[in-house]
Design a protein. Structure first.
Length: 115
């Protein structure tokens, strides 16, 4: 299997990464999750500060229905926890609980250096 950059993501916790649901095809999830690796702490695969983590489980938002992009979220449960450093930190989340009717999330990704 070739190593290819699929999607970007955000570290939420030692064990969890948030990414887009459209990065994974539902029919292949059960057999392909063993081939999903998260590379973090770098913009290139060969960086000495990078860390590779196997994905134990992919959880796709229950309301995601391709090709629509509503609820285009998935959580990756890592097989081992992230070792935080100056190069790998979780995103800052709001501590105060709030409820919204609508919320949008944007992410820009480049694949240069990953193929």
């Amino acid at each position: 299997m070739s190593r290819k950059h699929l999607c970007g993501g955000s570290i939420l916790h030692w064990w969890w990464v948030l990414t887009a649901a459209h990065c994974f095809r539902r029919t292949l999830l059960d057999m392909a999750v063993v081939n999903v690796t998260v590379v973090m702490g770098t913009r290139t695969f060969s960086n000495i500060h990078s860390e590779r983590k196997q994905v134990q489980k992919v959880i796709i938002h229950k309301d995601y229905k391709p090709p629509q992009l509503d609820s285009d979220l998935s959580l990756l449960l890592l097989a081992t926890p992230v070792q935080f450093s100056n190069f790998k930190m979780p995103v800052c989340l709001q501590e105060e609980e709030r409820t919204w009717d609508w919320c949008w999330m944007a992410q820009w990704v480049t694949t240069n250096g990953y193929e």
